[in-house]
Design a protein around this ligand. Structure first.
Ligand SMILES: Cc1cc2nc3c(=O)[nH]c(=O)nc-3n(C[C@H](O)[C@H](O)[C@H](O)COP(=O)(O)O)c2cc1C
Length: 456
């Protein structure tokens, strides 16, 4: 059942006019989403493992009143790529904890795998981050499409990874709820630290996990840290519909594709018995910005000139379910018979779907590789701040998004032009916050302080 768009709040085209505003977060962790970004003179790639770089980046983001910074994560080192690109980086919860100490308002969201982690440990990490940040922790639920070689296991099939992911989220919510709001009493006179009547085991026994609980970290300021989810396949959307507060997705090139995905997610949230207005759909967008459009085009040309097409070919092959591409000329198209059906892809299924659309549109191998290394498949608009602001707002007003995950293509200007040029334009138009609404990430997202019971 597709949801009636009018059940989602202001009609399309009237959102800002009726007081709705964008939710914006930015990816941090590297020196730019474009594979060529590190080779620019002032990329600060030397500081990729220094807190100083991330302190600057998070300060720019908080000054612009972004809702959150997001730290992606992967569980393997790709030797093909690391020779020509600064691959991987600091572990999310570690870096976000350090950034909690140098920020006050901005949300701190990190990816953690449900396939290669244990829920009790992850609940401890997130509740701890939520305490030390005063309620700004968020978790991006990912099921990991690779990395099994580092855990002595086979990569479970796509459907099983999401089945485990759903149970993982269920256990996490139960653990967060295992301490009632008033459990910590600290009554020195009576010698009572906690009211154990409000601290309960969860006794979860499921197909993938058996967890007694309660959690051994007291209830954190948000009660439940924010859950984001980044898988857009059928399985992924089903998990998002039950558990996600934020739904990350690959930014589509067309408005229509964005609107279609948006409606699909909101319908499933509604079918899962949740209010679809409380779940924010945030596509990734990796703009290449310049002071003027010509300057942006020049940066685009420069960045594309700095990439290693052959390591890009290997990276693209992995996105395409390990399709054999070695014998193809760069200006050739990929023969359809080399490509498995979308449902046969056990890795990143929906990302593969995005590429299938481009291949069907006749994109050559070169363009596909450039797209892959520029943004890993996310939408890459190129232009001046005004043009980027127009595009983000158009997609928001068309109900193709509730906001965006900004993936700055290069540092520092690829981010500072966003925070110091694009954001002020959106604020002037009333489309983005000029102050943080509350203290916790949940409050700043306008989400319920008392979330619904754990979905069965
Ligand atoms: C904005 C965004 C951020 C993501 N971050 C991560 C990440 O940090 N780690 C990871 O393993 N996968 C990440 N993914 C990939 C997803 O977890 C997932 O594999 C991908 O979207 C394909 O999902 P599907 O197989 O359900 O279609 C991200 C995806 C998006 C759209």
């Amino acid at each position: 059942m597709t949801i009636d768009i009018d059940d989602l709040g202001a009609p399309a085209g009237q959102r800002v006019a009726q007081g709705e505003q964008l939710v914006l977060a930015t990816l941090i962790g590297g020196v730019g989403n474009h594979a060529g970004a590190w080779r620019r003179p002032n990329s600060r790639v030397e500081e990729k493992y220094d807190l100083a770089l991330f302190r600057d980046v998070v300060t720019w983001a908080e000054r612009a009143k972004l809702h959150a910074v997001f730290l992606a994560d992967g569980l393997r080192l790709d030797l093909d790529t690391v020779s020509s690109q600064p691959f991987a980086g600091l572990e999310p919860v570690t870096l976000l904890s350090a950034l909690a100490a140098v920020t006050e308002h901005i949300g701190l969201i990190g990816s953690i795998s449900t396939t290669f982690s244990e829920p009790y440990n992850v609940a401890r990490q997130l509740a701890s981050l939520d305490h030390i940040s005063g309620g700004r922790a968020g978790w991006n639920l990912v099921t990991s499409a690779w990395g099994e070689e580092n855990f002595g296991r086979e990569l479970p099939p796509h459907a099983e990874r999401y089945e485990r992911g759903a149970e993982f989220a269920e256990v996490l919510l139960k653990l967060f709820d295992s301490w009632g709001p008033g459990a910590v009493r600290i009554d020195r006179a009576a010698g009572v630290y906690a009211d154990v009547g409000q601290v309960a085991p969860i006794d979860h026994v499921g197909k993938h996990f058996s967890v007694a609980g309660p959690l051994n970290v007291a209830r954190s300021p948000q009660g439940r840290p924010i859950i984001a989810q980044a898988g857009s396949s059928g399985d992924g959307q089903a998990v998002a519909a039950r558990f996600a507060d934020l739904v990350f997705t690959t930014g589509r090139i067309t408005h229509d594709d964005s609107i279609e995905f948006y409606r699909s997610v909101k319908s499933q949230v509604s079918a899962a018995g949740r209010d679809p207005r409380t779940v924010k759909v945030l596509p990734g967008v990796s703009p290449i910005i310049g002071e003027t459009e010509a300057a942006a085009r020049a940066v685009e040309k420069e960045l594309n000139g700095l990439i290693d097409l052959e390591s890009g070919r290997a990276k693209l092959s992995r996105q395409l379910g390990n399709a054999f591409l070695d014998d193809l000329e760069l200006d050739e198209q990929i023969p359809a018979e080399r490509l498995p059906a979308e449902e046969a892809v056990e890795g990143r299924r929906s990302r593969y779907g995005v590429y299938l659309t481009l291949i069907e549109d006749g994109w050559t191998l070169r363009r596909l590789i450039e797209w892959e290394v520029a943004s890993s498949g996310h939408f890459v608009p190129v232009g001046a701040p005004e043009q980027i602001a127009d595009l983000l707002l158009e997609r928001f007003e068309a109900r193709g998004a509730d906001g965006f995950i900004l993936l700055p293509s290069y540092l520092p200007e690829g981010l500072t032009l966003l925070t110091e040029a694009v954001i002020p334009i959106l604020q002037e138009r009333g489309a983005f916050q000029t102050e943080y609404a509350g203290q916790t990430l949940r409050e700043n997202l306008g989400l319920n302080a008392q979330p619904a019971p754990v979905p069965a």
